[in-house]
Design a protein around this ligand. Structure first.
Ligand code: CA
Ligand code: CA
Ligand code: CA
Length: 280
């Protein structure tokens, strides 16, 4: 019976560890029902842009990446994909560095198809933004940022001054306000106004929720401002789920070892008792 219980405990531990360490999906944020109405969910909107290949999995495909750096070209293009939000005409989007300095890529007037070129100039940063059809087609804007560095996260800034970051720790209540997907080299996407192309693995989709999720009143639809950025790579691969999975394995292992030790001690005591009585 004891052996059976020990085996059951071991199986339960393995099952628990496997569940927790099964990758991004275990720690994925859950989406709410979009207040924008039917057909407007992030999944449906991305599906609409998919021309061929597998659909992007908005739940299972969440990467957890929050900080990025440039690749060898020294430049990145950010393309505005869509924004479905009451604040659409005023929300801003950009990158920020470890000091919290912000470099805006898109202002409130920017919309689908608009692009920003980010140049990483050996410590300095340059951003050039242009509007394209459909929608806003404004002139070029350009800004330079001295000593910005080349490690950055992404932010959404509302008109009321509320800012949300890809790093949860910078957000009020540690709330996760963005989900990030990496290209799979298979799915062909077409952003309105742009030519269709493959979603490659140096491309990332950054999708923001513009209402506070933890302790706030948010619909958690993450379709409020969605941008694709290319020629960037994550600075680190976060594996909190795998770490907690290993922790469970470790704790279970220690627990089972202690249990076995106790059982062996009990057997030894039983063996020792008759000897003692013989001596007496
Ligand atoms: Ca929305
Ligand atoms: Ca546009
Ligand atoms: Ca929302």
């Amino acid at each position: 019976m004891k052996k059976f219980l020990t085996q059951t405990a071991a199986i339960a531990c393995i099952a628990l560890g496997t569940t927790i360490s099964s990758g991004a999906s275990a720690g994925a944020v859950s989406f709410g029902t979009s207040s924008d109405g039917p057909g407007k969910s992030l999944q449906e909107q991305l599906n609409n842009l998919t021309k061929s290949g597998p659909n992007i999995d908005t739940v299972g495909g969440q990467t957890g990446y929050d900080l990025f750096t440039n690749t060898a070209s020294g430049g990145s293009v950010a393309t505005f994909m869509f924004e479905i939000a009451g604040f659409a005409s005023t929300n801003k989007f950009g990158i920020y560095n470890s000091s919290g300095v912000k470099a805006q890529l898109f202002g409130g007037a920017n919309d689908v198809s608009d692009q920003a070129l980010v140049s990483y100039n050996d410590g300095d940063l340059s951003v050039i933004t242009k509007g394209f059809l459909p929608g806003y087609t404004g002139n070029l804007t350009s800004a330079d940022y001295e000593d910005f560095g080349n490690v950055f996260g992404f932010y959404l800034e509302r008109q009321d001054g509320q800012v949300f970051y890809t790093e949860n720790g910078r957000n009020q209540n540690g709330s996760q306000q963005a989900v990030v997907y990496q290209g799979n080299n298979q799915t062909k996407l077409q952003i309105p106004g742009k030519s269709a192309g493959t979603f490659t693995d140096n491309e990332f989709i950054i999708a923001f929720e513009d209402l506070l999720r933890v302790g706030g009143n948010s619909d958690s639809d993450f379709n409020d401002l969605v941008v694709m950025v290319e020629s960037v790579e994550p600075t680190k691969v976060p594996e909190p789920d795998t770490v907690s999975g290993l922790l469970v394995f470790g704790l279970c292992g220690i627990g089972l070892m202690l249990k076995r030790q106790r059982q062996q001690n009990a057997k030894l005591t039983l063996l020792a008792v008759p000897n003692k009585s013989n001596d007496a």
